[in-house]
Design a binder for this molecule. Structure first.
Ligand SMILES: [Zn+2]
Length: 68
């Protein structure tokens, strides 16, 4: 044991769309029950400015994943 699949822990920074390790993400935000992880404090601050854009981004992602 001790092997952790990094893909399971990877989250996407919604601001810069960088893939980051959820466990290593120091900058987190919660908005309407959804948790967001950021690579840096500046990204977290940017997310506060563009929260509507983030929600649009999330919805686009969901639409892309759902092919039904
Ligand atoms: Zn970032």
């Amino acid at each position: 044991m001790g092997i952790i699949d990094p893909r399971l822990m990877a989250v996407i920074d919604p601001v810069c769309k960088m893939e980051i390790d959820e466990m290593a993400a120091k900058f987190k935000s919660e908005y309407k029950g959804e948790k967001y992880h950021f690579c840096s404090l500046s990204c977290k601050k940017n997310s506060m400015k563009i929260q509507k854009n983030i929600l649009n981004f999330i919805q686009e992602e969901n639409n892309e994943n759902c092919r039904c």
